[in-house]
Ligand binder design. Sequence first.
Ligand code: NAI
Length: 710
Amino acid sequence: MQKNTPTQNDPGTQTKPPIPAAKKTHPKKKNSHKHWHLEKDDEGIAWLSADRANAGTNSLCAEMLDELGEILDSIAASALKGLVIQSAKSSGFIAGADVKEFVGLNNIENATHLIRRGQSVFDKIETLNCPTVAAINGFCLGGGLELALACRYRVADEDPRTRLGLPEVRLGIHPGFGGSMRLIRLIGAPQAMSLMLTGRTISARAAKKLNVVDYAVPTRHLSNAARQLIQSPPAVHQPPRWATWLNHRLLRPALGYYLKKQVSAKASPKHYPAPYALIGLWVAHGDDPKAMLAEEAFSAAKLITGYTAQNLIRVFLLQEKLKGLAKTAKGKKEIFKRVHVIGGGVMGGDIAAWCALQGLQVTVQDRKQESLAKVVQRAHKLFKKKLKHPRIVQAAMDRLMPDVEGLGLRRADVVIEAIFEDVKAKQNLFKEVEKKVGPKTIIATNTSSIPLDEISTALKNPARLVGLHFFNPVAMMQLVEIVTASVTDKTVAQRTAVFTKQIKRLPLPVKSGPGFLVNRILMPYLMEAVVLESEGISAATIDKAAVDFGMPMGPIHLADTVGLDICLHVAENLSAALGGDVPKKLRKLVEAKQLGRKTGQGFYKYNKGKPEKPSGAKNPKPPADLTDRLMLRMLNEAVACLRESVVDGEDLMDAGIIFGTGFAPFHGGPMHYLQHTGVDVLYSRLEELASRHGDRFKPDAGWSSLKETG
Ligand code: NAI
């Protein structure tokens, strides 16, 4: 499934006050620019605060970098005791480069020039002849950390919201402003490569352990720690001796080979070239900082102008777009505090735990006490994994209250129903819920297939009911469909999107209809895989074709993971509403109680949760149209959903399918892939498939309008 992107905040921080922005020192002379403020204090220390104009977060745009270059020139010309670079924003230090400026970059020469310009600014920091310190609070990512690495010292606020990292590989690139070279030089290649190749972010304390920062201190000591480093500058940190040995030109190829092997288990070089480029860069130039810097710029430029990076940047911006949908009316900031979940099964239990993890007070109701006991057990496991510290885990446990009698209903801001998928049961429940909740409480259902109009007839005011469709597993799947029927109150839907963002999930507004958006598009793809398997093609061959296309997991493996009973239920619903057959093999397996991973046997046999895939001897040569049969069924359904306005436009379609199904992110989404490959090309392939395999491949009527606009 789609991994969290670098901007996904850490859980458990929802209700905390903003991080205090950098403390004002005692300015002797203040010098304001558009994006930076420069203050010099009585001790001769310059305090330079990043404060990007008209933005809540510091992201480095070209203008901000140019201005920084000019300021550094003036600092270089004056006699100073030292320079501290900090942030004036409560959102943190610097969250990275402004990726919007990378969109559409297609000329390597221009990109190299742009990156070298950034490098030259950071070089100016490094060559200042006074001590320099980055005082870091909140996010310090990508270009932000590269800037900090150009300083002689770094101190970081040990508040849990401080996160440091170089997550560029997640955008299909690697650090380009000198970060690769400087991080390796500072902490040694093994640790630096591990950080850059995974793109993971670390806390201030972890950064101190790795010596990425010199000190991790409480917020109130941040400025003083920076001042101290300038007053009595210690020796600059050096990597341990063993790491220096590993940087030797004779050893680098062997370690490089090992790193490539590790990376290839997660990402293919064809789809994700950035980590391989970074390893190559280090193997070739790891002991020559000058050459490494020059090649770093060129390599990053090559990547950023490529297909993968441009599409991963698109995915990042789509994520921002989804977050942007959760806007409240001007001046009306709404914060949800109490959630009541009804149904403590697979979904209800996990939704309740997730909401408590995000800082909300949660009551969870079920008819069975034992279901609630399981909810609490599962929640504890999740909190321990995510929050680690026993005191914080306990605080999260205290926020989650089992509630057999449903006492939490009356005070809830949001009620989420997640009982059995039975329309009568849901209607009866909502009749009671509506009587007990306050007038502003959001009333939501997690139904995965029942049309909202059907459930809402039970309410006195049907406009109040909204769909809040989470995906399984809740803690991993970022997307939540906000389902509305024609009667649904728009304000209710909007507030539900705000709630979704508050619990750090991505809201996608969709129209109520069979399977809503994600299941409707996923199911033809899964069913085609079952048909292919029934035709005698091995499950492993089918899965390999999808993974080679770029899907995170093959369709047969996915169906087994979701549960074949759930797949059958959704497939039957969809075929009843939209036509089409449900493959016999699926029914047969469900009747035999071979439901997939959860029963240890589905299409695959499972051993400790892992499928046993026989080596592909059965189908040495898969049919030439295998990948098309899988992917074009998905694309054809996407076109149908667009025609029916299930979702508002191609961008939201792409966002929904990437975050809801893990659709190959480096293709930028199904519609983006479709437009890139060519509407006419794919239309003809569908017609060919229809003539060979039947009407299920018949191009949807929506293709004609795509042809016109395309
Ligand atoms: P489940 O069978 O695991 O859990 C249902 C729970 O509801 C049971 O613990 C049951 O005791 C309780 N319950 C039933 N009637 C109740 C009532 N009147 N009052 C209080 N508790 C009651 O079901 P699951 O899988 O969690 O599904 C719940 C809902 O979520 C369904 O609408 C389903 O379509 C939807 N959904 C399921 C997904 C999945 O992968 N399982 C994915 C997305 C949505």
